[in-house]
Structures are given as structure tokens and as C-alpha cells.
Design a protein around this ligand. Structure first.
Ligand code: SF4
Length: 289
């Protein structure tokens, strides 16, 4: 772990979080990451230098134990302790309620993304890239090479760049992830998506996440190519993942042999065995039948 203070910015490289997903009533970080303190915020970056968490430290921040998390689809989610609501643990069996920025069928009407401090945090991130790049340009000592590399990576990963990367994920999957199995909460939704089929069997009228397509399965070659592209997509941050979500809405509708093939290939190609995180898991939806 190395720390550097550059003017009003403090960066701690290579932090090591928990290796096991767990349920606790206080903020916990998983995997390996870099932390940066700047102004009223702490920014946590994954190993690719992409922002993953923002925590407010000022008086305006809704609650000291709450944070923003960015998903691989580049959506921000606010983790609420229930400071607005009561009974989060009783209702969900979880200490935190992830609140997405877009409208959902949530039981709660309050939207943390309308809070001034949360809006300001996202604006702050939006502006920090050029600052990081100019600081990187001033570093010349060979022993600070890792810090320079981080500042360059983080500086280049602007809001626009992160959006483009999320678009790339959609192109790799040839699908848009509209929903994850609820049990993905047991790994804090840190799953690598792998599409083994499209559509679903029923296309239920009430469903708002369906693609509207009939069920069709991806070929084994397509699954392998998708995994190779995903490996490249996650890059050095692959180490922080140990769980896979087989999509899309009814992976159980694929043939049993193909499901096993996909699981086995994912385990091998994505180097799950070498993950920093322990206890790998596989998630998939199965329709009523
Ligand atoms: S089977 Fe599932 S995904 Fe498909 S329409 Fe019904 S509820 Fe939605």
C-alpha cells in the first residue's frame, strides 16, 4: 500500500478490502481498490482506475454510513441505511437498501438523487479528471510510477469514457441487462454477466423487464467468444470478481449441458479460481416451469 498527498488530494494505492461478502450494518469494501480523498469526498476506484464508490464526508451528506456505487452498466446506485425510511432490515433482511437513480417499483417514494449533496458529489467527479491528469504530468520520480499510472488511468476515465465503456459491455453481451436475480445481493451485485440465451418462455403481460422475444439459445461458440471479450473488458479488475450471472431472463431454459458448459467455461476463462474474492457463486433465473 502506498500513500501520497498532492496538494489537497490524498491517494492510497492498493487497498485490500474484505475477501468475503458479508452482511454488516456499517460500510464495508470488498476486493482491491484505490482510495482518493478530495475535498468533501472519498472516491474509490477499481483496479482499472474507474470510479466505483463515492462517499460524502461533509455535513450535507445524508448519512455518514451511506454511499454511491457505480455499476458496470454505468448506473449510480445510492446505498441507504434507511435514514429516510424505517424497518429496512425487517423488510429486506439487509442493512442497506440500494436505491437506483431511475424510477422503480420501489416501496419508497423518496429519491436520494434529488438531494443537493448527492448531486454535488456526482458533479465533483465530473470535473476531477483534468486535475488528476495534470497532477500525473508533474510526477517524474521512478518510485512514484504506480501513482502516476493510477492518476493517468483515473483521469482518463471521465464520465463520458465510462458511458462509452458501458456501451461496449452491451455490444459484447448483445443485450441490455434490465434486471438481476435478487440473490445477487449476496455478492453486492458484483457479478459478471454472461448471456446464454435471449427472451423468455412466457412474455407475461405484467412484466416490465422482458425483451418481448421468444426464448432462443446462444451457441457454445458465441458463449466462449463472449467470455473472452468479457475477460478483456474487465481487465485488471477481473481479480475482484468471483461470481457470474447467466442471463438473460430464463437461463434455466437453456439445455442442462449448455448451462454446465457455460459455467465451466466461465470458471476457466475468467480465472475465477484466482479471484481475490472467496466463495464463487453462479446466479440465473428460471421461469415457473
Ligand atoms: S418469464 Fe420472467 S422475464 Fe419473461 S415476461 Fe415473465 S416475468 Fe418477465
Amino acid at each position: 500500500m502506498s500513500t501520497i498527498k498532492l496538494q489537497d488530494l490524498k491517494v492510497i494505492l492498493n487497498q485490500e478490502g474484505s475477501k468475503k461478502y458479508t452482511k454488516v450494518s456499517y460500510p464495508i469494501r470488498y476486493g482491491r481498490y484505490t482510495e482518493m480523498e478530495y475535498g468533501e469526498y472519498r472516491f474509490l476506484f477499481n483496479r482499472n482506475g474507474e470510479v466505483k464508490f463515492i462517499v460524502g464526508q461533509g455535513r450535507d451528506w445524508p448519512h455518514p454510513s451511506e454511499w454511491l456505487k457505480r455499476t458496470i452498466g454505468n448506473n449510480w446506485v445510492y446505498y441507504s441505511t434507511g435514514s429516510y425510511y424505517t424497518g429496512v432490515v425487517d423488510l429486506f433482511g439487509e442493512y442497506y437498501l440500494p436505491c437506483p437513480a431511475y424510477p422503480t417499483n420501489s416501496l419508497f417514494k423518496e429519491n436520494p438523487f434529488t438531494r443537493h449533496a448527492v448531486i454535488k458529489a456526482l458533479e465533483e467527479f465530473d470535473q476531477i479528471g483534468s486535475r488528476l491528469l495534470s497532477l500525473a504530468a508533474k510526477i517524474s520520480a521512478p518510485e512514484d510510477e504506480a501513482m502516476k499510472d493510477f492518476l493517468n488511468r483515473a483521469g482518463r476515465n471521465s464520465t463520458d469514457q465510462l458511458r462509452q465503456k458501458a456501451d461496449r459491455l452491451q455490444r459484447i453481451l448483445k443485450a441490455r441487462i434490465s434486471v438481476l436475480p435478487t440473490d445477487c445481493r449476496h455478492v453486492d451485485y458484483d457479478v459478471i454477466p454472461l448471456m446464454v440465451n435471449d427472451g423468455c418462455l412466457y412474455n407475461c403481460s405484467f412484466c416490465e423487464v422482458k425483451s418481448g422475444m421468444d426464448l432462443s439459445c446462444r451457441s457454445r461458440q458465441e458463449i466462449t467468444e463472449q467470455l473472452q471479450a468479457l475477460k478483456e473488458f474487465f481487465g485488471t479488475d477481473l481479480l475482484n470478481y468471483n461470481s457470474v450471472y447467466l442471463g438473460q431472463h430464463d437461463a434455466m431454459g437453456a439445455s442442462p449441458d449448455d448451462i454446465l458448459f457455460a459455467a465451466d467455461q466461465a470458471y476457466t476463462i475468467l480465472d475465477i479460481k484466482k479471484s481475490y474474492m472467496q466463495e464463487p457463486r453462479l446466479f440465473l433465473f428460471g421461469s415457473a416451469e
